[in-house]
Design a protein around this ligand. Structure first.
Ligand SMILES: *[C@@H]1O[C@H](CO)[C@@H](O)[C@H](O)[C@H]1NC(C)=O
Length: 385
């Protein structure tokens, strides 16, 4: 007898699902489920079906360091997560590696739902006590990957960065929630670096460092419907860490609310020579609820004033538009452009900006900043024409 498989009969059998519990994972919060997740990944990667899913049922799954490598993947893999992935409670385990869950070199991976709990509170306490603590581990990283969707994921209490997108193309983050204490150090919500075509929509981020931070080599980044606070705002930078650094270009923040955050929209560079640049940025339709520094360009960035390079920034900042920005500032200087003497900011545009400070007039401050203002602008613009 001869069996002939037509393409339509193949398509009928084309959906495959791997349940991590069937592969040995236990949702009891204490059994190490790392091997079950890795075995689900290698099976899913080997699958040639058109819809391959890894399913994580409700429960708490203890995961050690996991590296999901795309090297041997045949097709797209979707994670459907109804449970919580939990990092080891001893922070040294992951901190010694610096990473927890990493996807490397994958194409067409999607994550729907789920919570990842980095259990970072012990490390934050160590740092707060001024002890000799490790830096910590990133909770979730995508690197050298493309065509990624992360939808409805919650990341809580990472040791340091929650989600990092590094060297990637076409990444969609939708409805991501980040929660960590407002004084947890270096717990950036989403960090994008050396990536193009990243979109972040409907994100709610409460954390102790930048809600979203944008590193060198980021282009075509779109952020829309973002709630930030507590946190350090949405920051391009810090840039100018090195002489030969890639630029940041075409970044949009549209419809965002900053509540009690240290900054609103910020561009920050170290004061040292660099070939880096920032060009083509739009901040539009933004509400400030008592943000400390609602609008700020800081080219003398040096937190805690320690190890400051003490030079002049070489990072050239140009074509940055602030449009329809209103609300309250928690400090009197609501608008600050502290630009480089060597590479002054140019093409800064203020279009309908209305920021108030308690019942006193708010102030603006400009150093080496050129641009224009239109519509109502309060406090009044100090940009040089
Ligand atoms: C800027 O980025 C957006 C996505 O954020 C993209 O749609 C647009 O084409 C980019 N513009 C240019 C000139 O590349």
């Amino acid at each position: 007898m001869t069996v002939i498989l037509t393409s339509s009969s193949l398509a009928l059998a084309a959906s495959t699902s791997f349940n991590v519990v069937a592969l040995g994972a236990k949702g009891d919060g204490r059994t190490d489920s790392t091997r079950a997740f890795l075995s689900a990944w290698s099976s899913a990667c080997a699958s040639t079906s058109t819809a391959t899913t890894i399913y994580v049922p409700p429960g708490r799954y203890l995961l050690n360091r996991v590296l999901f490598s795309g090297q041997y993947c045949k097709g797209h893999v979707t994670f459907r997560i109804d449970g919580t992935l939990v990092a080891p409670s001893n922070y040294h385990v992951l901190a010694s590696i610096g990473k927890w869950i990493t996807f490397a070199g994958v194409r067409g991976v999607s994550i729907y739902g789920g919570t990842i709990d980095g259990q970072g509170t012990g490390l934050w306490a160590c740092k707060a006590a001024g002890k000799n603590c490790p830096f910590g581990a990133t909770s979730l990283e995508f690197t050298y990957s493309r065509g990624i969707t992360i939808s409805g994921l919650t990341s809580m209490n990472s040791q340091v960065f929650h989600i990092v997108i590094h060297n990637c193309m076409n990444v969609n983050l939708q409805g991501v929630q980040v929660t960590a204490s407002g004084n947890s150090p270096n717990t950036d919500g989403i960090h994008v670096e050396a990536s193009t075509g990243v979109t972040i929509t409907r994100a709610a981020i409460k954390t102790g460092d930048d809600c979203i931070s944008i590193g060198p080599g980021t282009t075509n980044l779109w952020m829309e419907n973002i709630n930030c606070g507590p946190g350090h705002g949405i920051s391009i930078g810090s840039l100018g860490k090195a002489m030969n650094e890639q630029g940041v270009q075409n970044v949009t923040v549209k419809t965002a609310t900053f509540t009690g955050s240290q900054n609103g929209v910020r561009i920050k560079t170290w004061a040292r020579s660099s070939k880096g640049y920032v060009k083509g940025v739009l901040f539009e339709d933004i509400t400030m609820n008592n943000a400390q520094n609602p609008i700020i360009i800081d080219q003398n960035y040096c937190p805690h004033n320690q190890g400051c390079p003490g030079q002049v920034s070489g990072v050239k900042i140009s074509d940055v538009v602030y449009k329809n920005i209103r609300g309250t500032s928690a400090s009197q200087v609501a608008m600050k452009f502290d630009c480089s003497r060597k590479a002054p900011c140019s093409g800064i545009v203020l279009d309908n900006v209305d920021l108030t400070y308690q019942n006193k007039p708010a102030l603006s401050s400009c150093t080496s900043a050129d641009g224009s203002a239109s519509g109502l602008v309060h406090p009044s613009s100090c940009l040089a024409a």
